[in-house]
Design a protein around this ligand. Structure first.
Ligand code: GLU
Length: 306
């Protein structure tokens, strides 16, 4: 399957929105806000609205959580068109996307583990006194020591059973694509809107796939958005910076760029991001406590909007 050719054949005259939760926990108020707003914008624009389950992390995702999500969305009166797409059913498609990226010559196997990267960064700080750069999520950037390792050596290490992740040489990739932008209908953390300049280098040589899972979140999301003909990505502001990585992959894979709308995050009372383990804000526990849809809409400040 040629992902880019498939994406070109899609009729883009109808806009397509999607809600894409990961079934690795219960939906909380933040997800409810995202789903309700997304759904509202889709219906207002006479667009199609899709549900996609992002379950590539098979160890943490489950069908039980997926069914719970479906129940919560019914309760919120968020309905979707077509059958839901489950990413774990499409690993072969992401593997094809990875092949296309590998053919660009911009990918390599990175053999350093998360612990090794952390220790490398700590050592550099001790040695030089300079801070080692971190990505927008706060993780140290990949040092890329194996970036120029000959392919035969990489193959040998992989055959010998060393664990690795496929990474992109981001500096070389940026050189290849030239400057990239996206259209932001919402707002970034510093108020960014309109045409936003992508800065994929902020992520360093990010992961495209792992030894045993042929995709990462970044790769799967751009492939799916293209295959599903998504024209409008409405999601939380916590994913604003990820859009830079997505634009890079879309360009390298020859895929269209959707419009993006990054919305406000619903924060916990202490100002922190809501987490899936915080039972008190899960939709299920609020329902069990007897709250109705209207109560949740009011709590989210969406009265009169949805
Ligand atoms: N699956 C991601 C999440 O649960 C959302 C991805 C996206 O909307 O692009 O946060």
């Amino acid at each position: 399957m040629d992902i880019a050719a498939g994406a070109r054949e899609i009729d883009h005259s109808t806009r397509v929105f999607r809600f894409a939760p990961s079934p690795n926990g219960e939906l909380h108020l933040g997800h409810a806000y995202s789903a309700l707003l997304n759904h509202r914008l889709a219906r207002e624009n006479h667009a199609r609205f899709l549900l996609r389950l992002e379950d590539i992390d098979l160890a943490r995702c489950s069908h039980a959580y997926e069914e719970q999500i479906v129940e919560d969305l019914h309760f919120l009166k968020v309905d979707w068109d077509e059958t839901r797409r489950r990413q774990s059913d499409h690993f072969d498609v992401y593997a094809k996307g990875l092949d296309v990226l590998r053919e660009t010559g911009l990918c390599y196997r990175g053999f350093m583990t998360r612990g090794e990267i952390r220790r490398f960064a700590e050592l550099r700080v001790e040695e030089t006194g300079d801070l080692w750069p971190r990505d927008p999520d706060g993780s140290p950037l990949y040092p890329g020591l194996d970036r120029r390792q000959p392919a035969e050596e990489q193959d040998r290490r992989a055959r010998d059973g060393e664990s690795f992740a496929w990474r992109i040489d981001v500096a070389a990739a940026v050189e290849r694509t030239g400057p990239l932008e996206w259209e932001e209908w919402g707002r970034g953390p510093d108020g960014e809107s309109g045409r936003v300049v992508a800065k994929p280098a902020e992520w360093g040589d990010f992961i495209l796939a792992r030894r045993d899972v042929p995709t990462s979140y970044h790769l799967a999301v751009v492939v799916d958005d293209a295959i599903q003909g998504v024209t409008d990505v409405v999601r939380g502001r916590d994913l604003f910076y990820a859009t830079s990585a997505h634009r890079l992959l879309q360009d390298l894979l020859g895929l269209p760029a959707p419009r993006y709308h990054h919305h406000d995050l619903i924060l916990a009372e202490d100002g922190r991001k809501l987490s899936k383990s915080a039972r008190d804000t899960s939709i299920r526990s609020l329902r069990e406590a007897g709250l109705q849809r209207a109560d949740i809409v009011r709590m989210l400040g969406l009265e009169g909007v949805v």
